[in-house]
Design a protein around this ligand. Sequence first.
Ligand code: ADP
Length: 501
Amino acid sequence: MADNPSNLINILIIDDEKDIRDGVERILTRMNCSVLKASRGDEGLKTLEKEKVAIVLLDMKMPGMDGMEVLRLIREMNETILVIVITGFATVETAIEAMKRGAYDFIPKPFEPDQLRIVINRAIEKIRLTHEAAMLEKERQQTLFDLDTEKSRIRTIIESLPNGVVVTNSQGQVVLMNPAFRKLLDLKTDLGPGKHICDYVAEKGLCDLIMDISKGKHVDFDDIPTYEFAVSDNRYLLARGQPVLGEKRECMGAVVNIVDITSMKVLDQLKSEFVAKVSHELRSPLSTIHEQLAVVLKDMVEEDLQADQEILSRAKEKTMGLISLIGDLLDLSRIEAGITSQEPTSIRIEQVLKNITDFLDAKAKSKEQTLTLELPKEPLPSITADPVALESLFGNLITNAIHYTQNGGSIKVKADLAGINIRVAVIDNGFGIKEKYLDKIFERFYRVKDEKTRFITGTGLGLPIVKSIVDSLGGMIDVESTPGEGSTFTVLLPIQRQTTT
Ligand code: ADP
């Protein structure tokens, strides 16, 4: 049938000559077709009303309704039926006329069985191809429909996300932005997608981040670039971006996710305030106990109470540890709150480093270590900073180098000019740090505990203080370390301060 060519094909022969009808039936049945027969045009049309027929073999010359009229009515009834007209020798014109009126093919009478087979096979092939084309079209429609459904599903998900999402192409033009993005950034609602990201976003840092990612600057890095910024009414937003990569890892644009981190910030601030308060409250009584212990100990030495003296010495050590912890906590809170101990002034870094290395030299010598300072021949440009903060920054790094380097080791402090920055490296040949800890050591209270560091006392707050100071100066800090060989902490401080967000 026409719907499925693998089924038996129904062929109707309309011819007034019985011999032809029977002959055609014999040949076609052998070709595995099912044959219906009609001796007149009107009879054939009635059969077509009742049966599903794919091919009609139609004699042009019949008594009663003539073949041309039957052809017209068949075309009217069903356009998909293939009509093959049977014409006499002298009626080539009739055949041409019939083809013009929609007949599919013709076969001149009388015909050989082979001729009939060829014509019918051609028609069956045509039916098969038409069927296949229809199936492909149906599949294509279904695929388009599925794609459309998938697209609208993804769009709905993106639209309903609480986080802001913006997608750009490689030129930085916005391809998609969800309502949360508009809301978080207070965008005017009448600006639809399609324009350059900087037409929507006033925050320059965010704009630069999205442009950099869109243009492929982050393709070869695994890290997710982030940017934190404040918008009106004291809200803080964090943008995290990722490049959209094509098959050959070429950058096709950026996807940037924006989260409101105001509550996290508030919590962080509350935490810092709490720590500052508690530390402050603890410091005075602890210092008093420490002082009193010192006095008692002094008296004991005189009275030679050896055992008690040891207990109290340990107690004194512990109070000293607590006082230094509290000192660190207070420093950190102060730095995070942006409070400087002294007004920023113009500072010669060489002088700061010289003072600290001189001061810490005794500590290094007590461990038989060499502490050297290497300065460039040309004087370094001065920088504007809080001198106490700078002392704390390098003091912490050099003290760590002394602590985490074995007796007899060496520590080198090296300063030079690196483009627009002053670079200070604190290099030791001590214990080193395993790679897996390198990210963690800048977290508050994080201390590496292994067989070498276990007995070294500390608060885990030195490097967070260092990091906060470097951040407040608009600089950068990096650490390279090989366990068993040593560590290098490198600080870059900009000579000209950039405006920070
Ligand atoms: P603290 O020294 O009080 O433990 P820090 O925040 O200064 O805290 O340092 C965190 C951890 O980083 C230390 O516990 C130590 O394990 C490691 N560390 C810091 N500096 C060095 C260094 N120069 N060499 C080896 N390990 C270091």
